[in-house]
Write a protein that binds this ligand. Structure first.
Ligand code: GLN
Length: 229
């Protein structure tokens, strides 16, 4: 029986707009297929062991400060994990800290850990609302979610999707999220995976491919999830 180990990074500090629901979606969609899942919550001060999937959610600027400095201690380990193609999903505040830095509108510049070649600078207004993007990474190819952020993220990595409604990474290039190796960063909350089951499956399949010789997933009945989508 295949088994995936998921690490939920800093859930006590970064967990807004139900981002933790992404863990539930990953767990359910694995278990419905007979794939065993374990979830470890990693909090400030905890060492991190190898996992198959790393998840980090969004949070306010204030909570990002503690996480930013904690992450510096985990930078070398997480860089190795990224390079051995472990799967990562970073949302909003957590996504921002995976780049080189996050400069809040008022306040100290926070160091990132450069797992993504990206940087984020906050503007003086927030981007709030529903987002729709079109992606080349999943089938179906639409991604939907809710954004609420001041940060504008800039990068040369492949974007996760082209924005057709809302803002996404910033207010200039109409791109949403980033993909680098098996790392997906995105501004989409809500949480994103329950109502984009194809994105959840993309991550699960990447994790299984990285660990076992598995190249497809059993299809599930997603009629309810797609109504939400
Ligand atoms: N504090 C960050 C911003 O406003 C992240 C917010 C979030 O995670 N929703 O850009």
């Amino acid at each position: 029986m295949s088994e995936l180990r998921i690490a939920h990074l800093y859930p006590k500090l970064l967990n807004i707009y139900g981002d933790g629901g992404n863990i539930s979606a990953l767990k359910c969609r694995c278990e419905w297929r007979g794939i065993k899942v374990s979830v470890d919550e990693i909090n400030v001060g905890d060492d991190i062991a190898e996992h198959d999937i790393y998840f980090i959610g969004g949070g306010q600027d204030k909570q990002q400060i503690e996480v930013a400095y904690e992450l510096q201690k985990r930078k070398e380990f997480l860089t190795k994990e990224r390079d051995r193609m472990a799967v990562f999903l970073g949302i909003c505040g957590g996504y921002q800290l995976m780049g080189h830095y996050y400069q809040p509108h008022n306040g100290e510049k926070l160091p990132g850990i450069s797992l993504l070649d990206a940087y984020t600078i906050a503007g003086n207004n927030r981007f709030i609302g529903n987002v729709t993007a079109v992606t080349s990474y999943t089938e179906p190819n639409t991604l939907v979610g809710f954004e609420n952020h001041c940060g504008r993220t800039y990068s040369n990595h492949d974007c996760l999707g082209d924005v057709i409604k809302g803002f996404g990474n910033n207010d200039t290039d109409k791109k949403e999220g980033l993909v680098y190796k098996n790392f997906i960063g995105t501004y989409l909350h809500e949480p994103v995976l329950p109502k984009n089951p194809h994105l959840a499956d993309y991550l699960i399949l990447k994790a299984l491919q990285n660990k076992y010789n598995i190249d497809s997933l059993e299809k599930l009945d997603d009629s309810i999830e797609m109504k939400a989508h």
